[in-house]
Design a protein around this ligand. Structure first.
Ligand SMILES: C[S@@+](CC[C@H](N)C(=O)[O-])C[C@H]1O[C@@H](n2cnc3c(N)ncnc32)[C@H](O)[C@@H]1O
Length: 248
């Protein structure tokens, strides 16, 4: 039976693809890929596969999504194995569930292949632990971009130890101000990890107050991390403090 595989491509480095994702890509008859899928990952695809770029530009989300769904259905009719490749994990701000439901409602076989989300990979690759004994026992992954603008209600997230904000670069100053207004300390350390896992990975460290004042230069795509864990970043030269080893 012809099948569409909704595959997570991870954050960019092909070594962070799952074995299953790599195997399916190498055998796919057609591949539909998003803007954040790296050229190195596309190079793992079957050289004879049809490649369809289906990245969306700002302002054309819904019409583009409709075209993508129709193209997936067309590919599923024509090919035995179709890979719908998405950055990170397909079910983390990736519309994976919507596409799965739409395809299943039309009788098309779908299989999901999870990927490593940038929400997990970006902090980790920069040495920032999302949880740390004695420092952080919880984390939340939030979008900074809701329909029509910035996510509005930040109060619910104020008590969470570590906040991981995706799509938060554009509205970073307003988000930081909203987090301070919701009760987080202005001096709380934050980090933006840009283009995680690629050769252009870069990190900008700051505080909520500085970000709220518009003093932080950041380029998308980046993961915005706010929490005390940022100050506990592990580096090769960092002296291990006894507090780091404390059992919570
Ligand atoms: C539409 S969301 C998709 C998230 C994706 N499904 C995932 O699990 O990583 C796009 C956002 O993910 C983040 N992102 C994706 N890849 C990234 C990378 N390599 N480095 C930093 N941020 C990344 C950015 O915040 C970007 O705005």
């Amino acid at each position: 039976m012809n099948t569409i595989y909704l595959v997570g491509a991870g954050p960019g480095d092909p070594d962070l693809l799952t074995v299953k994702a790599h195997r399916l890509l190498a055998a796919a008859d057609a591949v539909l890929y998003d803007r954040l899928v790296s050229p190195e990952i596309l190079a793992c695809a079957n050289p004879n596969a049809e490649l369809h770029y289906v990245g969306k530009e700002e302002g054309e989300q819904e019409t583009a999504q409709r075209r993508i769904l129709e193209l997936m259905a067309l590919c599923a009719r024509r090919h035995r194995s179709v890979v719908r490749l998405k950055g990170g994990d397909p079910m983390v701000f990736g519309r994976g569930a919507e596409e799965w439901l739409w395809l299943a409602a039309r009788g098309i076989a779908v299989e999901i292949v999870p990927g490593i989300s940038s929400a997990i990979a970006a902090p980790s690759l920069h040495g920032i632990p999302l949880t740390l004994r004695g420092v952080a026992r919880s984390f939340a992954v939030i979008t900074g971009q809701a329909e029509g603008g910035m996510t509005e209600s930040w109060e619910a997230y104020a008590p969470v130890d570590t906040l991981v904000i995706l799509m938060g670069v554009k509205h970073r100053a307003r988000i930081a101000a909203a987090l301070i207004a919701a009760g987080r300390p202005p001096g709380q350390p934050v980090a933006f990890v840009e283009r995680a896992s690629t050769p252009r990975q870069r990190c900008v460290e700051s505080t909520l107050a500085e970000v709220a004042r518009g003093e932080t230069q950041v380029e998308p795509p980046a993961v915005f991390i706010a929490g005390q864990v940022v100050a506990h970043r592990v580096t090769a030269r960092r002296r291990v403090l006894s507090a780091d080893l404390r059992v919570a």
